[in-house]
Ligand binder design. Structure first.
Ligand SMILES: Cc1cc2nc3c(=O)[nH]c(=O)nc-3n(C[C@H](O)[C@H](O)[C@H](O)COP(=O)(O)O)c2cc1C
Length: 366
């Protein structure tokens, strides 16, 4: 098990409807004032990262969406320590625009921006914005070139690159980002193409919620391939957290979320998402095996089972760490109050369990 503390990120609710496709009453809002306050609560609570979402059209009932890079900058401006990960979709963005935008934000925010390269799953969205829809693995080939170009622009002068999707001729970006060698590069997706890309170029691999066994299989695959490539990659896992004083209370909230699910929105999303998950040649992409209930949290966050008392949740987080997870990406129902509660009740227990695990392994280190 890693000697580093496991890290925590939260999903920025920059799309309307919160993190669940359900009509349950929730106090989460997608507006900027709510999000600024949330970012401040989260950094005080011990969260190191926030991840914003990129979406151009309504999917799963997320009728309104604030753009990811823009809101990420606004949240960085409202905080002091938090790192904010902006999501970028190759296609609408070119690597040169992304590199320039993010370098400027990095300069303005004392080196706290990061990027999540998403490869696209929603064909209807691409059609709506006039963006050609590439095959699943072609989308990843483009994303990999995008990441290579980003790194090249951020770290080299006179950068040249001749790919199938992007070309550069002696390009020098000034100023470069503050962070050295460059802002951290995350990616999202679980298919074989996603894992292969992570094992070659990304700093972080983000995956949907899953069981400990499901996560372990992915971690083992990526780390084995990364070792062959001489690359090192960290792992982040999605989870929808429902922490309550008793297990029964936590499960009652889960049941209410599912009972109040919006079937039309869940099934509409499920059709697109399943098509995306199954469309990878090996059929192992996100959502390939998701049930109706899983899809009510649109990144399979219930599957990770961080639902119960603070003690149960802390133990499950440490079990994820034991199979190689470096970061938990968490969603909540009522973000303000639950992020604060997580920081106060769950996080100290995680740190205690980490100290105990370290002491059991090497007493001299504690
Ligand atoms: C943590 C995480 C965050 C993601 N964020 C976005 C996003 O903001 N916008 C988007 O269009 N897709 C997003 N995705 C979707 C992925 O980029 C990818 O298109 C999808 O997971 C299907 O990939 P796969 O077939 O490799 O599993 C995200 C995925 C994960 C795991």
């Amino acid at each position: 098990m890693s000697q580093d503390n496991i890290k925590f990120a939260y999903w920025v609710p920059n799309v309307s409807g919160g993190l669940v496709v359900s009509k349950i009453e929730q106090r989460t809002s997608w507006d900027i004032d709510y999000n600024r306050k949330l970012a401040q609560i989260a950094e005080r609570a011990g969260f190191e990262y926030a991840l914003s979402q990129i979406r151009f059209t309504a999917g799963y009932g997320a009728q309104n969406q604030h753009e990811s890079v823009t809101i990420s900058h606004a949240l960085l401006a409202a905080t002091e320590k938090l790192k904010v990960i902006a999501a970028i979709l190759p296609g609408p963005w070119s690597p040169v625009l992304a590199a320039k935008q993010l370098a400027t934000i990095d300069q303005f925010t004392n080196g706290r921006v990061a990027v999540n390269i998403v490869s696209g799953w929603f064909k209807g969205e691409f059609r709506a914005i006039g963006e050609p829809w590439l095959d699943h693995d072609e989308r990843y080939r483009r994303s990999e070139e995008f990441i290579q170009a980003l790194k090249g622009i951020w770290t080299q002068d006179n950068f040249s690159f001749h790919g199938d999707f992007y070309r550069f001729h002696h390009y020098t970006l000034n100023p470069k980002p503050l962070q050295q060698p460059h802002p951290e590069i995350f990616q999202g997706g679980s298919s074989r193409a996603a894992r292969d890309m992570a094992s070659r170029v990304s700093d972080w691999y983000f995956t949907n919620g899953n069981t400990v066994e499901g996560i372990k299989a992915q971690v083992d695959d990526i780390r084995a391939k990364a070792a062959i490539n001489g690359h090192s990659v960290k792992i982040g896992v999605n989870a929808f957290v429902i922490a309550r004083e008793t297990e029964a209370q936590a499960h009652a909230v889960l049941q209410e979320i599912i009972a109040k699910a919006d079937p039309e929105a869940v099934n509409g999303f499920g059709g697109e998402a399943k098509n995306a998950g199954a469309s990878s040649p090996e059929g192992e992409g996100n959502w390939a095996k998701s049930t109706f209930e899983d899809l009510v949290q649109y990144n399979d966050g219930f599957k990770t089972n961080l639902i119960g008392t603070p003690q149960q949740i802390a133990e499950r987080i440490v079990a994820l760490k034991a199979v190689g997870v470096d970061l938990v990406l968490s969603g909540f129902l009522h973000f303000h109050e639950e992020v604060e509660y997580f920081g106060r009740k769950v996080l100290p227990l995680v740190r205690e369990l980490e100290r105990e695990a370290l002491a059991a392994k090497s007493p001299a280190l504690v």
